[in-house]
Design a binder for this molecule. Structure first.
Ligand SMILES: [Zn+2]
Length: 246
């Protein structure tokens, strides 16, 4: 499996700060908060994997940092200096914290780097520093407690964006310091419609892939692009969860 169509988690390219159609209501909620100057300083976004969660969060970071007049823009402008940085896939004011190669956990040293990041001089006046943490479940107790300090007393102007499957496996104190936002999953027809824009497969094949992963469009797309190994992976996951009585 080459992982080419895995839900992207690495670079910052956010397709002009746009988002997937099934995330539109949540997107509008964030836009409204930003316009009213009511953005929280920390968010916990929860939702199924393979639904574009990371893209959504990158788009939030992009929109917040975009220099355009937000009252005239529902999405990042795509023209300003900040947008040009996002288009290149790197922005100095965004720190992504995720398990390093070969590890399943986010280490305490990685969390300690957050304070350095927030205190670094920004490339724009009075800019917000954005910290994206995914998956938040990968924070061990020591790392989570260290993060808690930053959440309680941010070392500067910071916006924390945490991504998790659900809040259940996080420290209650982390959850309570974030605004909890549940990211909607696409409906079966959303998934089918999106797949049709992404794949040249015939309609029967599209429908079969959507039926096997009705709420996880990136998993369905992997099945279409990678063939048998990806189908086997999805079916094995389904059988395992059936056996576990989920
Ligand atoms: Zn812009």
């Amino acid at each position: 499996m080459n992982g080419m169509t895995n839900e992207p988690t690495g670079n910052l390219t956010s397709a002009g700060g746009s988002h997937y159609p099934w995330h539109s209501p949540t997107w509008q909620q964030i836009v409204n908060q930003q316009r009213r100057g009511r953005l929280a300083h920390a968010y916990l976004f929860t939702g199924l994997p393979d639904t574009g969660r990371h893209q959504f969060v990158i788009s939030v970071a992009h929109y917040v940092l975009c220099e355009a007049d937000k009252s005239a823009h529902n999405e990042a402008c795509g023209q300003c200096r900040q947008c040009l940085l996002f288009a290149k896939g790197y922005h100095p004011d965004v720190l992504q914290v995720q398990p390093e190669d070969g590890s399943r956990a986010i280490k305490i040293d990685q969390v300690r780097q957050i304070a350095d990041h927030v205190q670094q001089t920004s490339n724009q006046a009075s800019a917000t520093k954005v910290i994206i943490i995914q998956p938040a479940e990968a924070l061990g107790t020591a790392a989570a407690n260290s993060l808690l300090k930053s959440l309680e007393e941010p070392p500067g102007k910071a916006l924390f964006l945490l991504i998790a499957d659900s809040g259940d496996r996080l420290l209650a104190t982390i959850r309570s310091r974030c605004q909890n936002v549940s990211l909607p999953s696409p409906s079966f027809s959303d998934t089918q419609a999106w797949l049709a824009t992404m794949s040249a497969a015939d309609s029967d094949t599209l429908a079969s892939a959507a039926a096997l992963a009705p709420q996880q469009p990136f998993a369905a797309l992997r099945m279409l692009e990678e063939g048998v190994p990806a189908w086997r992976e999805i079916l094995t996951e389904k059988l395992t969860s059936l056996r576990q009585g989920e």
